[in-house]
Ligand binder design. Structure first.
Ligand code: AMP
Length: 247
């Protein structure tokens, strides 16, 4: 990533002296599924603009141009960015002083609140498990519905913002436990991105679950959305083998 993408607008000395910057996470997963997408779409040795959405208990989105990551939603820690199972994702940093000054929270309590009690669990007051929330939403549980709506809205907004560094889009790739299995979330997100010319194909979306990969939008439209099961273990093994050979 470029400094423009990874630096916070904080005093520069925090970066220079303490390494405070956005690092990002889920790199092995984003690397794997973006390389697969480039291969599947026949974009090897051609310009490519891909957004990968790793949606599991932790969630992050990465903008990848010509195989190189330009920006990602997680930051110094995995707390930044999207709504996740139990993490809040982006919040107003002013919340810290509100919690301390008005509610007497300690640093530890704030940490627990943002990392373990927020996200899908915090909003739904039900579960951090997407399956449980989807089932409850289907039975008209209002906070489960709200949790899904906020999750998808924030995700679609983050994806749309990455059109800035990419200057366009060829493919949106879903992966991770939610990305690979939740046709409901994928449809809600793609529907909010219809303005890009991306339209869900219900049959393909239902078929691309439980380990099946494939395009889930109408192919007559560009860009496409697709599902690619991640394989972080393969990337780790492959990287280790490459390093071992180099010794
Ligand atoms: P991961 O961290 O990649 O293992 O993903 C865990 C998340 O995937 C949990 O929120 C699960 O509820 C979610 N997940 C797994 N299977 C499904 C499914 N069939 N439908 C919806 N969400 C699922």
């Amino acid at each position: 990533m470029d400094q423009t993408a990874y630096l916070y607008a904080l005093p520069y000395s925090l970066y220079r002296e303490h390494g405070v910057r956005r690092y990002g996470f889920h790199g092995t997963s984003h690397a794997y599924v973006s390389a697969q997408a480039i291969e599947i779409l026949g974009l090897k040795d051609k310009p490519s603009r891909i957004i990968t959405a790793h949606l599991g208990n932790g969630c992050s989105v990465t903008a990848i141009k010509d195989g190189k990551s330009l920006d990602t939603s997680m930051g110094l820690t995995p707390l930044e960015g999207l709504v996740m199972g139990t993490r809040s994702g982006d919040i107003d940093p002013g919340l810290f002083s509100f919690l301390v000054n008005h509610l007497n929270y300690s640093t530890q309590q704030i940490d627990t609140l943002l990392n373990k009690q927020s996200g899908l669990l915090g909003i739904s007051e039900l579960s951090n498990d997407c399956r449980t929330i989807e089932e409850a939403a289907q039975e008209n549980h209002p906070q489960a519905t709200l949790a899904l709506d906020i999750f998808c809205y924030r995700l679609a907004k983050q994806i749309a913002s990455f059109l800035v560094p990419l200057n366009g889009l060829d493919a949106l790739v879903f992966t991770g436990g939610i990305g690979e299995n939740s046709d409901i979330i994928r449809e809600k997100v793609v529907n909010q991105l219809n303005f890009l010319g991306m339209h869900i194909n219900k049959e393909r979306n239902l078929n691309a679950r439980f380990g099946n990969q494939g395009v889930i939008t109408d192919e007559s439209h560009s860009p496409v959305a697709m599902v690619i099961p991640t394989n972080e273990e393969w990337v780790i093994a492959n990287d280790a083998a490459t390093l071992a050979k180099g010794v």
